[in-house]
Design a protein around this ligand. Structure first.
Ligand code: DGL
Length: 267
C-alpha cells in the first residue's frame, strides 16, 4: 500500500501548485494528478454540480489505485469534502483544514481576510472552520473572481492585476486584517504582487504549502508514507487536452510535466 500513488484533483491545472508543494515536502511519493479542464471553472458553479464533478474525479483516481486523495481545489473542498469522506473509505484530505490551522497557529491572529472564488466564499466553509476553532475572531470573506483569469493570462505582474487587487483588498486592509488566507489554487502565483500591495505586517497563508505539510503528517500517522529510497513520479491527466492547458500546467508546476494524458470522466 505504501508504494501506491497519491491522488490529487482540481477543477483544472491550478492544483499543480499543490502538487509542487507535495513534491517538495514528500519527494518519494508517486503522484497521479487529475485536472478537470473540460469543466473548469468550479468556482462559479452550484454546490450540487461541484459535488457531482468531485465524485467523478474521486472515482477516476480510485481507478488508479491511489492510497489517499487530496482535494487540491478549494471550491471542491468547500462543497464536496464532507460527502466524499462519508462515501469513500480511502483517506481524503482537503485544503481548508490545513489553511485554517496554519492561520491560527499564530496566537496573535485576530482579524482574518479570506480571498477565494465565489463558490468558496458563499459556502462559508472557511468562515465556519475558523470560528469553530477560535472564538472572537473577526473574519472577512471576499470573493475575488477576477483573479483566476488574471493568473491564467500570466498577468500576475500586470498593472491590471494591481488595480484589481487594490480594489478587492482595499476594504480588507481598511478593516485592519492581520492575516490573509489565499483560499484558491491560483493565488500563490500572486504572492509577489500581494506583498507589494499589502501592509508589511499582514501575514499571508497559502493553502498549497499548508496542505502539503498536513498531508505529510497524515501519511505518517496512517503509516502510508512511500519508502524513502523511492524516486517519486508524477502522472498528469486532464479531462480536456489542449496546447494551452499544457503550457499552463508547466507554468503552475514550474517544472517539466512529462507526458500529459487525457482522462475520461464519468464512464
Ligand atoms: N481550483 C479553484 C479553487 O481553488 C479555482 C478555479 C475554479 O474556479 O475552478 O477554488
Amino acid at each position: 500500500m505504501n508504494d501506491a500513488p497519491l491522488g490529487l484533483f482540481d477543477s483544472g491545472v491550478g492544483g499543480l501548485t499543490v502538487v509542487r508543494a507535495v513534491q517538495d515536502i514528500l519527494p518519494s511519493e508517486n503522484i497521479v494528478y487529475l485536472g478537470d479542464t473540460a469543466r473548469v471553472p468550479y468556482g462559479s458553479k452550484s454546490p450540487e454540480t461541484i459535488r457531482h464533478f468531485a465524485d467523478e474525479d474521486v472515482r477516476f483516481l480510485l481507478s488508479k489505485e491511489v492510497k489517499a486523495i487530496v482535494v487540491a481545489c478549494n471550491t471542491a473542498t468547500a462543497h464536496a469534502l464532507p460527502g466524499l469522506r462519508e462515501q469513500y473509505r480511502v483517506p481524503i484530505l482537503g485544503v481548508i483544514e490545513p489553511g485554517v490551522e496554519a492561520a491560527l497557529a499564530d496566537p496573535q491572529c485576530e482579524r482574518i481576510g479570506i480571498i477565494a472564488t465565489r463558490g468558496t466564499i458563499r459556502s462559508h466553509a472557511y468562515q465556519h472552520a475558523l470560528a469553530q476553532r477560535r472564538t472572537g475572531l473577526i473574519i472577512h470573506g471576499q470573493a475575488t473572481p477576477l483573479l483566476v483569469p488574471l493568473v491564467e493570462e500570466d498577468w500576475t505582474d500586470h498593472e491590471a492585476a494591481r488595480l484589481v487587487l487594490d480594489s478587492y483588498l482595499g476594504p480588507l486592509v481598511e478593516k485592519g486584517i492581520d492575516t490573509l488566507l489565499l483560499a484558491c489554487t491560483h493565488y500563490p502565483l500572486l504572492i509577489p504582487m500581494l506583498r507589494q500591495i499589502l501592509p508589511a505586517d499582514v501575514r499571508l497563508v497559502d493553502s498549497a504549502t499548508t496542505c502539503a505539510e498536513h498531508l505529510r503528517k497524515e501519511l505518517t500517522r496512517l503509516d502510508l508514507l512511500a519508502p524513502v529510497e523511492n524516486q517519486g513520479s508524477l502522472e498528469i491527466f486532464l479531462s480536456d487536452l489542449s496546447d494551452e492547458f499544457e503550457a499552463l500546467s508547466r507554468r503552475f508546476l514550474r517544472r517539466p510535466t512529462g507526458r500529459i494524458r487525457r482522462a475520461i470522466l464519468g464512464s
